[in-house]
Design a protein around this ligand. Structure first.
Ligand SMILES: NC(=O)c1ccc[n+]([C@@H]2O[C@H](COP(=O)([O-])OP(=O)(O)OC[C@H]3O[C@@H](n4cnc5c(N)ncnc54)[C@H](O)[C@@H]3O)[C@@H](O)[C@H]2O)c1
Length: 283
């Protein structure tokens, strides 16, 4: 997609972080917006920020794990805006728990949002994107969709799944010569609300001696490499270039290279780093 001017973009998880900065940057470039999130109060704030750029903005309180609601929203977006050109399947949550302690309900919760949310958004919007004649699907995976990390097995499972799903979709669309394309987004650490809003299983306290609050603060510090504003710019550049994959931030670019260079041996390096981190006194 060469330009976002006068296009219509639907964004999930638009109340915070990258969803919000994507909305504001797209609005600045003249793109009309259909925004959704479970957090209605903060969604209204995003809409206020985006509306300052004179574009049409519609809102929907929406849980991406709710398949029927996502399909109904896609139809509503087309009714309200006349068409839709882009969908950003961005909504996501974090969970820190070792695999052994993860309950099936934990897997179902995070899969419902991070993976099924992306599937719902892709399938609900694809027919409408085709009808627009110029469409793009932007699915958010993670650096943790390229490498695994201890205590992130549930999150890793969702983000590896998003990557496989999106890469297959992209190839299918390209083989067909479709007017719709797809990009998989792999952010490294981005300064957003995700760590503080995420869940940390109580098992982590026993295993590490650090409190849940300390775990969240530590994770929050670790993801402060790139601003959400810069992440939005990098993602939109990738869409303009029709990139298959975008690595967002220097940490994502570096670690992607390292994992490809080392193969599965990267795990030994991760273990060493994690041991070092866990031996530090929690603050
Ligand atoms: N921040 C990072 O370091 C980082 C790194 C890699 C990938 N990501 C991914 O980027 C995406 C955006 O996250 P962010 O960092 O901007 O986080 P964020 O917490 O700031 O924003 C996520 C938004 O998703 C919304 N949300 C949560 N559950 C939802 C649901 N069931 N339905 C609809 N909306 C829901 C939240 O209310 C929030 O507004 C996520 O998919 C996340 O996994 C983030």
């Amino acid at each position: 997609m060469k330009s976002f001017k006068d296009k219509v973009a639907a964004i999930t998880g638009a109340a915070s972080g990258m969803g919000r900065t994507l909305a504001v940057e797209l609005a600045r470039r003249g793109c009309h917006l259909a925004l959704s999130d479970v957090n209605e109060t903060e969604l209204v704030r995003t809409a206020e920020l985006a509306s300052q750029h004179g574009v049409r903005v519609t809102l929907r309180k929406l849980d991406v794990a709710d398949r029927a609601a996502v399909f109904a929203w896609a139809d509503e977006v087309v009714r309200d805006h006349g068409r839709v050109n882009l969908v950003f399947n961005n909504a996501g949550v974090a969970l820190t728990v070792p695999v052994e302690h993860a309950k099936i309900s934990d897997f179902e919760w995070i899969m419902g949002i991070n993976f099924w949310g992306v599937v719902h958004g892709t399938q609900a919007f694809l027919p409408h994107l085709r009808a627009s004649g110029d469409g793009h699907i932007v699915n958010t995976s993670s650096l943790f969709g390229l490498m695994a990390i201890p205590t992130q097995g549930t999150y890793n499972a969702t983000k590896f799944a998003v990557r496989g799903f999106t890469e297959a979709l992209r190839m299918e669309l390209e083989m067909e010569g479709a007017c719709v394309s797809a990009t998989c987004v792999h952010p490294g650490g981005i300064a957003t609300n995700i760590a503080m809003a995420g869940k940390v299983d109580p098992a982590m306290e026993k295993l590490t001696g650090a409190t849940i609050e300390q775990h969240k603060r530590r994770a929050n510090k670790m993801i402060s490499t790139t601003t959400a504003e810069s992440a939005a710019l990098q993602i939109l550049t990738a869409v303009e270039r029709n990139a298959r994959r975008v690595l967002v931030g220097p940490d994502a670019k570096f670690l992607d290279k390292l994992v490809r260079l080392l193969g599965s041996t990267y795990q030994a390096l991760v273990i060493r780093q994690m041991r070092k981190l866990n031996s530090r006194k929690p603050r």
